[in-house]
Design a binder for this molecule. Structure first.
Ligand code: HAM
Length: 425
């Protein structure tokens, strides 16, 4: 047993584990660029109040799952929390940096780790990675459709072609309070049939009961009043227009009236992404929605906004489950080795020359014998070994093809061009 281990619910991503994340990040970056979303960063921790006010104090994410950060001294003690998601921090930055004076909407994106203190299980971690995308300053409905399309496209480009969009509108301050009251009254009438956890939630967040994964709740939820039948005129028109835009683009989606989100800031459009037939807990591959009141809650002028976050860990798991090829770990085209183990300076000099030319090249800086250096080069996955020996006096080296176990004399001056050709081919 090692003395120290990574904390429960976290994982080290070793090179083979990191590679699929790197691949997904590249796809996300490329898509963001194509859709006009600009990359930014926010701190991994914020004042706790950003999340308490933004996400809602009664949500599980804030009430139970927030990692509070307590430095050992200083007046900020106990005021911070690790970010459990990106939207609140991005909206805090939007207000702080006066982005409401920029051309609207401001399209922003970031990729990075989020932290939630939950019971770890498959697909649920205490540190996980999200690709987050936000369009702040546009009331929609067209931008709502743009974001749904962008999210759906990510999964396709990542190699998952069975991801479905579940869509709903959860109303706004005009129509939701009456609906929530009606829903609470409905569940209160069935209180005896509610599992304990749901009965406890009824007092604080009746909407969340719709999201229950308890089997005993399925029939009750199915018969519950539906928000889609209770939307005010403006919300109903907005929802219809979002659907029209998706229809016009030929994007399939399923209306799911019981889809509510776990964060309090949502208004109107809400959506989630699942693989077909995999809609259980911890299986949402991503989700998002509109948050027309959030910027104001965080001290800005009333500003509409919408966005989503996709869970990269879950996408990696889904790709594995779908039998996708493992993402390759980057390997050097060549490793520079030498007959004189002591001549590390010579090996570094040749490697540096090749690296200056942009080639991915390793250098064996150990004091091992040449045979051992060659074995290590094979283990590194290099295709060639550049072997420094007596020929170096004449400006030449042996270039060994490690797969074919064949080698030939090559002038150092010709190495760059030759390895470039091999890298390309
Ligand atoms: P969320 O639904 O809480 O939304 O999280 C988005 C996605 O992050 C989930 O669908 C899931 O794939 C992944 N995820 C969440 N928690 C975990 C966990 N413990 N372990 C692994 N993956 C997890 C938000 O975070 C909102 N900020 C999305 C948003 C952006 N809405 C508007 N803009």
């Amino acid at each position: 047993m090692p003395t120290f281990r990574a904390p429960r619910g976290t994982r080290d991503l070793l090179p083979a584990d990191r590679a699929p994340f790197t691949r997904l990040e590249r796809i996300a970056r490329d898509l963001a660029l194509r859709y006009g979303y600009h990359e930014m960063e926010t701190p991994l921790f914020e004042q706790g109040a950003v999340f308490e006010r933004g996400i809602g104090e009664a949500t599980d994410v804030v009430e139970k799952e927030l990692f509070r950060v307590a430095p050992s001294r200083g007046e900020e003690r106990e005021r911070w929390a690790l970010r459990p998601e990106a939207t609140a921090g991005i909206c805090r930055a939007y207000v702080e940096h006066g982005m409401q004076t920029w051309p609207q909407p401001v399209r922003l994106t970031l990729t990075g780790p989020m932290f939630r203190y939950d019971r770890p299980q498959a697909g649920r971690y205490r540190q996980f990675w999200q690709w987050d995308v936000e369009a702040i300053g546009d009331p929609g409905p067209a931008v709502d459709a743009e974001l749904v399309v962008l999210g759906a496209r990510f999964y396709r480009e990542a190699g998952l072609d069975d991801v479905e969009v579940l869509l709903n509108s959860i109303g706004d301050a005009t129509c939701r309070p009456a609906y929530v009251a009606e829903l609470a009254a409905y569940f209160r009438r069935h209180e005896a049939a509610l599992p304990d956890v749901e009965r406890a939630r009824l007092a604080t967040s009746p909407l969340r009961l719709l999201d229950s994964k308890e089997p005993a709740m399925a029939a009750l939820v199915a018969a519950a009043p539906k928000i889609t039948d209770r939307l005010c005129e403006a919300c109903a028109a907005h929802f219809a227009a979002v659907r029209d835009h998706l229809d016009a683009l030929g994007i399939p989606y399923r209306i799911e009236p019981a889809l509510v989100r776990g964060l309090d800031y949502y208004t109107r459009t809400a959506f989630e992404f699942y693989r077909h037939g995999a809609e259980g807990q911890q299986q949402a591959l991503g989700g998002g929605g509109r948050y027309d009141g959030l910027v104001e809650l965080l001290g800005g002028k009333p500003t509409p906004g919408i966005g989503f976050a996709l869970g990269l860990d879950r996408v990696v798991l889904a790709l594995e489950a779908a039998g996708a090829d493992a993402a390759p770990v980057g390997t050097p085209i060549a490793v520079v080795v030498g007959a004189d183990p002591a001549d590390t300076a010579g090996r570094l000099a040749v490697a540096t020359r090749l690296r200056d030319a942009g080639l991915a090249v390793g250098a064996d800086l150990s004091a091992r014998r040449l045979g051992r250096q060659l074995e290590a080069a094979v283990r590194d996955g290099a295709r060639f070994a550049v072997i420094l020996g007596d020929e170096l006096g004449d400006g030449a080296v042996q270039l060994r093809d490690l797969d074919a176990a064949a080698q030939k004399l090559v002038l150092v001056d010709d190495l760059v061009a030759l390895l470039r050709r091999k890298s390309a081919g």
